[in-house]
Design a protein around this ligand. Structure first.
Ligand code: UDP
Length: 309
């Protein structure tokens, strides 16, 4: 099959390229390189079934090739980045999603949107099921990301209902692994960077907020399975093992065998207090659940960051 991927030089996008090429497909990879990096796809350059085009998907997609599957991953995904670029973030979820949907409509291709657990905001239901409508502050600083993804879900459903596009929506929870950007501010690269420098770990708030961390190969496997399913409504993809940020810091200390100090910093505005996916739907529908233990995934990520240094 011929695949079009936006955000293909990003963290998850580049792993998706690897997986699709390994499965025998061909890929046209788009990225505006705002947060994606040529380094993430350098090993694919020159491969016969892979082509990269630097392009911003908020502009019409410049291709006459015909695709079987369209993947819309392009977005600023880390709080640090989307808080710094709120308008671009809203545009990639709105205009960008529409441009990618138009290609799927033109070609009769399947379409998959990578949405987010942020659709649940600061959730009042815990763990979060796909049927939960969320608790999002529509005018808070994070709303540029949350609402752009909620709009992206809405327009995806509209293209399915009104134009018959075969769509899927993945709600991705916190994901980590090699090729995350070291300085994107997210907790996994932040703590690993600090640990590698022997610096104190920066815990926001009291560290009793929770997150659930999924290794990238598990996540990509979930995306590929979802893309082959007929489910039109959102499906959660994430690891249901929930940790407080303090517990996560402790795991990093143990993994590194270091007695790292903690420094406490103010909790960012609207930082969700809890987050854990209910993955019953993915288990039943896709026969999917994460397999990579946190320690193994973190070790592989540490090796990646060490090799960068
Ligand atoms: N966090 C932290 N220290 C850091 C970076 C993040 O304590 O150096 C916290 C952050 O406040 C949040 C959690 O870790 O509660 C996960 O943050 P991240 O930016 O990775 O992703 P989010 O889940 O908020 O999108």
């Amino acid at each position: 099959m011929h695949h079009l991927i936006s955000g293909a030089a990003g963290f998850i996008g580049s792993h998706l390229c690897d997986r699709l090429l390994a499965d025998g497909h061909s890929v046209l990879a788009l990225d505006n390189l705002k947060t994606g990096s040529r380094r993430n796809i350098a090993h694919l350059q020159g491969r016969e079934r892979f082509r990269f085009v630097e392009h911003d998907v908020t502009q019409p997609i410049p291709t006459a090739e015909t695709f079987d599957q369209v993947w819309h991953l392009a977005s600023l995904a880390s709080p640090k980045e989307y808080l710094a670029h709120p308008i671009e973030t809203l545009e990639s979820g709105s205009t960008g999603t529409r441009n990618m949907l138009e290609i799927a409509l033109r070609d009769g291709a399947r379409f998959l949107l990578t949405s987010t657990s942020e659709c649940y905001g600061d959730p009042l239901e815990h763990p979060q099921k796909e049927t939960y409508w969320g608790n999002v502050n529509p005018v808070g600083p994070r709303s540029c990301y949350d609402e752009s993804k909620r709009y992206a879900e809405a327009i995806t459903m509209a293209y399915h209902r009104h134009k018959g596009v075969r769509t899927n929506i993945a709600r991705i929870f916190n994901t980590y692994g090699p090729r995350m950007a070291l300085h994107d501010g997210r907790v996994v690269p932040a703590f690993l960077d600090q640990a590698l420098r022997g610096a104190p770990l920066t815990v926001y708030g009291e560290g009793n907020q929770t997150r659930s961390f999924c290794y990238v190969s598990d996540l990509v496997d979930g995306l590929v399975r979802l893309s082959a399913s007929e489910e039109r409504f959102p499906v959660n993809l994430g690891n249901p093992i929930e940790l407080t940020i303090l517990e996560f810091a402790e795991r990093i200390r143990r993994l590194m065998g270091l007695k790292l100090e903690l420094v406490f910093k103010p909790l960012p505005e609207d930082d969700p207090r809890k987050r854990q996916p209910n993955i019953t739907k993915a288990k039943q529908l896709l026969d999917w659940e994460p397999k990579v233990p946190l320690e193994d995934g973190l070790r592989a990520t540490v090796e990646y960051f060490k090799a960068l240094a």
